[in-house]
Design a protein. Structure first.
Lengths: 249, 455
């Protein structure tokens, strides 16, 4: 078979054309032990985090190791992700590493590290495609939110009950199939009846902006990566309507 | 089950769209892979229509009718109609059966009235979510098998997009973990398919129905969608390409259990499957942009026997309903392919399809007939186990990508690929050792149940 010697009029690799040299990862701390902890987080090195945290905990408080090593490292990861330098797996591995490190600090403190408020996440009733939700969970965890993960194929009433119980700052719903996203307006209606005006971010697969903004509380999430920013807005007191105005058209 | 040990084609030069070594004939006399390409339309019901069997019957009646009617309107000589089950159609097995019965009646009416030759494929929804149920022993499992029984009574072809291994592949994919993908797709997916497909083939035989094939949609397509286009930062395209190479050994299991094809459209691994088995395959590319983008819109037509649109929601467009419009587009695509065959220009036409996407990205590159054949050869030459053949396929795919300087990659993608290759080199040679390693490494992944896979 003949192969075209020149593909310039067949396709353009925009990603390679705009690729720039990756900037250096910033130093996080002048404290060498904490820098080592942060390095593990930035590199997503879950195997090395245990020894790094244990070493730091010999002379530093668990709170200091958490805030100035683990969480500070994760902030650098967020920066790299926001700037398009890191890919999703790097963020997930860093998040896993941070969580493993926090577990060690919590063991030492004897209590849980205080997290940001709760976000309830779920995948729609009848839908078992939940990888989008898994990514949302990981990104929210990485951003410090207390994620209440209801899993996949969650009945409408179960989502509503979880909102009553946990009073989250935000609810998310994921659906791949258009025939399962019909659960979302039912949830929104029941929440409104209960006076729970929780911003309800819906996204995934075939879920469209037009559909989600057709019912109260609904905010369309175009990509999983928007979830932490949306949760921060909810935490800062933006109403569902203000969030919809900001994030949707 | 005996693992494949030979290739159906002596080289990729023998592979051509419209021609399969083992063509399949349907009840209405369509010969799939018999020297011409046939459009395969897949309409999807609108939200809300899933509420009752009555509304779903009406929705599919309209959607399928529109496609059949449009073929007559514009003169397309043949059509396969595929209905992929929404959750409710498999959860209520009688629903899928009723819709299949209605749809086959429609195809026969068009044959009687106009002479249009068509066939109907039911694709059962795999409602067994691996982290929520035991794949081999649960109510959803019973529903899936019952649904096959109900649909096989009427349909020409039955298929599924099985989910075995997805709990581990989802976990691994977002962690850039090639070991996890090998375990999920090859070891777990392959075992689940062997368990499932030996039963599907029996059901098909019982009802004189064609056992079509499976697809690694749940895993390799998830990887491909996440790798996305040139702007995505979710996962590297190189990982998605390796996942696709791994998927070939998994999807192959259906045919090793007795499925005859046509393979399922969204199995982008199908060129490799055709190279090994010679069964006819369905494929999708540019006309599946209604469902998702890919970077291989034309090359996927290079060796296809059915040409599909993946799934399009039933709605109205200026040119009519979506199922009518897409049936028309698919039919013109296949008319061009069949014209090339008729004129003896098929090699030239195939070269155009291939050159369109060969270097667009890793997926298009590895699915070109020459590379697909080589990956298939790696599968059959390393058939000691489902694991060894998948690892060999991924290794071959990686070497092909690294060995062709015209295939450009971003720095991260190339670095990632080099690290996957190194990691694969370090893995055990024997499947039992690999399984031991993975049970230890992934044993705590939420919902993973080795018993689901007989482990």
């Amino acid at each position: 078979m003949k192969h075209s010697p020149n593909s310039s009029r067949i396709f353009t690799r925009y990603d390679i054309n705009i690729e720039v040299a990756r900037p250096k990862i910033r130093d996080i701390s002048e404290d060498k032990l904490l820098q080592k902890v942060a390095d593990c987080v930035v590199k997503g090195d879950e195997e090395a985090i245990e020894s790094a945290v244990k070493e730091a905990l010999k002379t530093r408080s668990p709170l200091k190791v958490t805030n100035e090593g683990l969480i500070a490292g994760m902030k650098e990861v967020s920066r790299l992700w926001d700037e398009g330098i890191y890919f999703l797996p790097q963020v997930i591995l860093s998040s896993d590493t941070m969580i493993a490190g926090i577990d060690l600090c919590e063991d030492k403190m004897g209590k849980a590290v205080k997290k940001k408020p709760k976000v309830v996440t779920h995948t729609a009733e009848g839908d078992i495609h939940d990888i989008g939700q898994v990514i949302v969970n990981a990104l929210l965890n990485a951003a410090g939110f207390d994620v209440i993960n209801l899993g996949a194929d969650v009945p409408v009433d179960e989502v509503v009950e979880a909102c009553k119980l946990h009073n989250p700052v935000m609810l998310t719903g994921t659906a791949l199939m258009t025939t399962t996203m019909t659960a979302f307006p039912k949830i929104a209606e029941k929440l409104k009846e209960l006076g729970l005006n929780i911003p309800f971010v819906c996204g995934g697969g075939a879920v469209s902006e037009e559909y989600v903004t057709s019912f109260d509380l609904g905010i369309w999430g175009k990509e999983a990566s928007q979830a932490p920013g949306m949760a921060e807005d909810a935490l800062n007191g933006l109403s569902w309507w203000e969030m919809r105005t900001k994030w949707n058209g | 089950m005996k693992l494949s040990s030979s290739m159906a084609y002596g080289s990729s030069a023998e592979m051509m769209f419209g021609f399969a070594r083992k063509p399949v004939e349907t009840k209405q006399g369509l010969t799939i892979g018999g020297g011409y390409v046939i459009p395969e339309i897949v309409p999807h019901p609108r939200p809300g229509s899933e509420k009752t069997i009555k509304t779903l019957l009406r929705e599919f009646e309209r959607a399928n009718f529109d496609a059949l009617e449009r073929c007559v309107m514009v003169g397309h000589p043949h059509l396969v109609v595929e209905n992929e089950h929404v959750y409710q159609m498999t959860a209520n097995p009688g629903w899928g059966g009723e819709i299949a019965a209605q749809s086959v009646r429609q195809t026969l009416e068009f044959k009687d009235k106009y002479g249009l030759k068509s066939a109907y494929r039911s694709t059962i929804a795999d409602i067994r979510k691996p982290d929520m149920v035991n794949l081999r022993d649960s109510e959803p499992t019973s529903k899936v098998l019952e649904s096959f029984n109900e649909c096989a009574k009427y349909s020409d072809i039955i298929s599924i997009e099985s989910l075995g291994g997805k709990e581990i592949s989802d976990y691994s994919l977002i962690r850039n973990d090639i070991t996890g993908l090998l375990f999920a797709q090859a070891v777990l997916g392959g075992r689940d398919m062997e368990w499932l497909w030996s039963q599907i083939v029996k059901i098909a035989k019982k009802h004189d129905c064609i056992a079509g094939g499976d697809t690694d949609c749940a895993q390799a397509n998830t990887a491909m969608f996440m790798a996305g286009g040139f702007l995505s930062k979710d996962i590297p395209h190189t990982l998605a390409a390796l996942s696709r190479a791994i998927s070939a050994g998994r999807t192959l299991v259906a045919y090793e259990c007795g499925a005859t094809g046509p393979g399922k459209d969204c199995a982008y691994e199908n060129p490799v499957i055709k190279a090994i088995t010679g069964v006819p395959i369905s494929a999708e590319g540019k006309t599946s942009a209604c469902a998702h983008p890919d970077l291989c819109g034309n090359v996927m037509g290079a060796v296809c026997d059915l040409w599909s649109n993946e799934a399009v929601e039933y709605n109205n467009m200026f040119g009519g309903s979506t199922s009518a419009v897409f049936a028309e587009m698919l039919g013109y695509d296949t008319a061009a392919m069949n014209s090339a065959i008729s004129l003896g220009y098929q090699k030239e036409y195939q070269a155009c399809l291939v050159n369109s996407d060969r270097y667009r990205g890793p997926h298009g590159f590895m699915l070109c007939p020459d590379n697909a054949w080589l990956i298939g050869k790696a599968v059959v030459d390393n058939n000691e186990s489902m694991y060894t053949r998948a690892r060999a396929a991924a290794d071959k795919c990686g070497k092909l990508m690294l060995g062709d300087p015209l295939l450009r990659m971003t720095a991260f993608e190339k670095e990632s690929l080099l690290s996957y290759m190194k990691e694969m080199q370090s893995l055990p040679d024997k499947e039992e050792d690999f399984i031991d390693l993975c049970l230890s490494k992934y044993g705590k992944v939420k919902g993973f149940k080795p018993a689901s896979y007989g482990l």
